[in-house]
Design a protein around this ligand. Structure first.
Ligand SMILES: Cc1ncc(C[n+]2csc(CCOP(=O)(O)OP(=O)(O)O)c2C)c(N)n1
Ligand SMILES: [Mg+2]
Length: 340
């Protein structure tokens, strides 16, 4: 019987798999360093780690094009790194330095980068979803064949704007890809304690949006599913919905005694860690060379070390400039009368 259920493993392209591995390692090591920097008070405010979930952002980004847009949550360091936002400007943002990707005004939860069409970094649960639908609506009205990929946690399905946004996206056939990262918990609340229907794909299906679950611990499965969905969206197929089943290995944020989940459960999920699992797949297909690992670690360490140097050398925004870009110096009405 067990034999019958065993999935056949497709052949892997070695170079591509190493790229995926390296990307996941960059995120893992970047965040581990962030923990140290947080403990040293170099990084302050909130810090939500993505460790354990790397396969979702890395696999997902492979399916997206440079012209596509990304919207993410406050747990978005991995998405920004995988989207090629430079580690330097991410780290400077974590430090709150003016050289950061959001001028140091956003910090960990508000990474933004226009060049890669990375629209945050949104701290409000579900807040990115209507933004994504708006971006997709703009593309549709302008006749552009672009995809907006919106990453959000399963906690967002309890928000009204999740339902309003999915409804409009389906009604207007908008080119948006909903990427739900179901890590089973919203802070300390298990999905089953907040939802009467815990099958998230059914919620999307209620809006007539094609939806399917994906093993979010398997980077290749994530890439494959996201590619299929992105192709459908880009081709005019309207919104699609993916539920990536994943798990965060660390606490919700830096202060969380994790009383809501069993240590045994965490250990079980760690056995599915996407990084060693990909290495194992490579080994099974005789595509792994042990020296690969130390080379990759060294490259990643160098990149992260340089990002810290960059952040350390950065500057604080002068206090007198803090209101710049926040409040308009003049009211729009005043500006208009000055022009006429
Ligand atoms: C509208 C809103 N309500 C409450 C919060 C507080 N809050 C921050 S994170 C979070 C849990 C969200 O969980 P989920 O969407 O599953 O994402 P995860 O943290 O698991 O990645 C909550 C309730 C918030 N930021 N915004
Ligand atoms: Mg969650």
């Amino acid at each position: 019987m067990a034999q019958k259920n065993r999935r056949r493993q497709p052949n892997i392209d070695r170079e591509h798999a190493l790229h995926l591995l390296r990307e996941m390692l960059r995120i893992r090591r970047f965040e581990e360093k962030c923990v140290e920097l947080y403990q040293a008070s170099k990084i302050r405010g909130f810090l939500h780690l993505y460790i354990g979930e790397e396969a979702v952002a890395v696999g997902g980004m492979q399916a997206l094009q440079p012209e596509d847009a990304i919207v993410a949550t406050y747990r978005e360091h991995g998405h920004a790194l995988a989207r090629s936002v430079p580690a330097n400007v991410i780290m400077a943002e974590m430090y709150g330095k003016i050289e950061g990707c959001s001028r140091g005004r956003g910090g960990s939860m508000h990474l933004f980068d226009a060049a890669t069409r990375f629209y945050g970094g949104n701290a409000i649960v579900g807040g990115g979803i209507p933004l994504a639908v708006g971006l997709a609506l703009a593309d549709k009205l302008a006749g552009r064949q672009r995809v907006t990929a919106c990453f959000f946690g399963e906690g967002a399905v309890a928000e009204g704007e999740f339902h309003e946004s999915l409804n409009l996206a389906a009604l207007w056939k908008l080119p948006v890809l909903f990427c739900c990262e179901n890590n089973l918990y919203a802070m300390g609340t298990a999905l089953s304690r907040s939802e009467s229907e815990t099958d998230i794909c059914l919620k999307a299906a209620a809006f007539e949006i094609p939806a399917w679950p994906v093993d979010g611990m398997d980077v290749l499965a994530v890439e494959d599913a996201t590619r299929r969905a992105a192709i459908a969206v880009r081709g005019g197929g309207g919104p699609h919905f993916l539920e990536y089943r994943t798990y965060r290995f660390r606490a919700h944020s830096m202060y969380d005694p994790e009383l809501y989940r069993d240590k045994q459960e965490v250990e079980e999920w760690k056995k599915r860690d996407p990084i060693p699992n990909l290495i194992e797949r490579l080994k099974q297909q005789n595509l792994w060379q042990e020296e690969e690992w130390s080379r990759m670690e060294a490259e990643v360490a160098l990149e992260i070390g340089q990002s810290i140097e960059f952040a350390e050398a950065g500057h604080w925004e002068p206090v007198e400039e803090l209101t710049q870009f926040v409040y308009s110096e003049e009211s729009p009405a005043k500006a208009q009368s000055a022009q006429s």
